[in-house]
Ligand binder design. Structure first.
Ligand code: NAD
Length: 427
């Protein structure tokens, strides 16, 4: 047997580079906490993972089969929670890594949830609306034993949105025989969604950035911002920072980027995109590549697209004071070390983008109680939870002399460990 085969045999299927990155981050926190090996073993693998093959009748009558996944990493603190990604690069390893990050995120925010993630390997933009609906419904039917308001609650992620959540909710309800809005969060308001959910992740990113600006004694007014990705998270982050008087120097999407040294007019850009479907050609900015955008000199850099964007290849040239990780896993381990040596202030993904799952929690609670809150209450509660978590992480980072990522993971791992010890080990 070749060495390659032996290595492969010894590693579980989910051990891809991104999973190993999530694992290495956990191990740094576990080492620092001197975590008992018996507990350590219980965190390093997902609790359960399901792989499904999803046959779909395409509009031309042919049948295509798509690969789908749902992974529960940990359920010590409650039902598992995590988004559904529709993207051509979805793998079991990626979904498993994202599920682990959800575990840390929920614990850090003090939410009564474990971590999960799901995904379908597909290009949603290449499917018609009818194909996308059939794919969503069949995927939901294939994982129906695995999800539920008390068991595992999906939400949107890259390539999915409130319409997809509505189809998931309807499919689950049809299969059970009655309406069950609590099966997903990020639903449309008219079927039990929460006010403020759509913009919640961006809002949480902004609250973290404002705390970091205050800590570093910088000014909000005129603060130079660069954002990679202009989807749900990137757009709302840009819009709210623009409204607060920041200067958004550059933004990008999968096709192209825009740069204006005097700052982009975000509402005008949004209008342009609504008309043309992409930002290419917006007159008040110069075109810039995604690679060059990441290296622009600025105060705050916000990767809000895909993972593994800041690597050992470009980390040395990253030129910001604050790196706010709106995307999940945008910085590789090697890059982390380089950025730390450069002395820039990191707001790790599990903290920076946790606003989304926090308002998802509010949506789940409102659904269970059938009692709905005002938007101002939602934003106030979100602000309290995000800023408290930020201050807890900062305090530990300063007292332990570690970076914000390690501090955040230490807090999460410690919290779940205490809960595991209290619950004991079944049987
Ligand atoms: P989205 O699909 O709405 O937007 C993604 C954006 O990234 C789009 O503008 C797209 O054009 C751009 N993009 C895609 N590939 C790119 C590439 N190769 N280079 C540059 N840009 C590219 O997704 P979203 O919901 O905004 O999620 C963005 C990130 O935030 C993801 O990492 C996601 O996991 C994370 N996140 C999202 C939420 C949420 O509530 N939506 C919550 C937490 C974390």
């Amino acid at each position: 047997m070749s060495i390659h085969h032996k290595e492969h045999r010894n590693k579980p299927e989910y051990h891809t580079p991104i999973y190993e990155m999530a694992l290495a981050q956990f191990e740094q926190a576990a080492d620092r906490l001197d975590l008992d090996p018996n507990l350590r073993k219980r965190f390093i693998a997902p609790k359960r993972a399901i792989m499904v093959n999803i046959p779909i009748r395409m509009d031309d009558s042919s049948v295509e089969v798509f690969h789908g996944y749902r992974v529960h990493h940990d359920t010590t603190l409650g039902p598992s929670k995590g988004g559904i990604r529709f993207h051509p690069d979805v793998t079991l390893g990626e979904v498993s890594a994202l599920a682990m990050w959800m575990t840390w995120k929920c614990a850090l925010m003090g939410l009564p949830f474990g971590g999960a993630k799901g995904g379908v390997r597909c290009d949603p933009h290449a499917l018609t609306r009818n194909e996308l609906q059939r794919l969503t419904r069949r995927y939901t039917a294939e994982i129906v034993q695995f999800i539920g308001p008390e068991m595992d609650v999906p939400a949107p992620d890259i390539g999915t949105n409130e319409q997809i959540m509505a189809w998931m909710m309807d499919t689950y309800s049809q299969l059970k025989g009655y309406s069950i809005p609590g099966i997903v969060t990020g639903k449309p308001i008219n079927i039990g969604g929460s006010l403020g959910r759509t913009e919640a992740t961006g809002r949480g990113v902004v609250y973290c950035i404002l705390e970091a600006i205050q800590h570093l004694k910088m000014q909000v007014e005129g603060c130079k911002i660069v954002i990679q990705g202009f989807g749900n998270v990137g757009y709302h982050t840009a819009r709210i920072l623009y409204e607060k008087g920041c200067c958004v120097l550059a933004v990008s999407d999968i096709k192209s980027g825009l740069y204006n040294a005097n700052g982009l007019n975000i509402p005008m850009l949004k209008q342009y995109i609504e008309k043309h479907t992409h930002m290419k050609g917006f007159p008040e900015g110069d075109e810039i590549s995604n690679a060059d955008l990441l290296e622009l000199s600025c105060d705050v850099l916000v990767p809000a697209a895909l993972s593994e964007q800041i690597t050992c290849e470009n980390a040395e040239r990253i030129s910001c004071k604050i790196l706010a990780e709106a995307a999940n896993g945008p910085t590789t381990l090697e890059a982390d070390k380089i950025l730390q040596d450069k002395g820039l202030f990191l707001i790790p993904d599990v903290l920076a983008n946790a606003g989304g799952v926090t308002v998802s929690y509010f949506e789940w609670v409102q659904g269970l109680q059938n009692f709905f809150w005002k938007e101002v209450e939602i934003n106030e509660r979100l602000h309290d939870i995000v800023t408290l978590a930020f201050q807890n992480v900062l305090r530990l980072a300063l007292s332990e002399k570690v970076d914000m990522r390690l501090a955040a993971l230490m807090l999460s791992v410690r919290k779940i460990t205490e809960a595991k010890l209290a619950r004991g080990l079944f049987p």
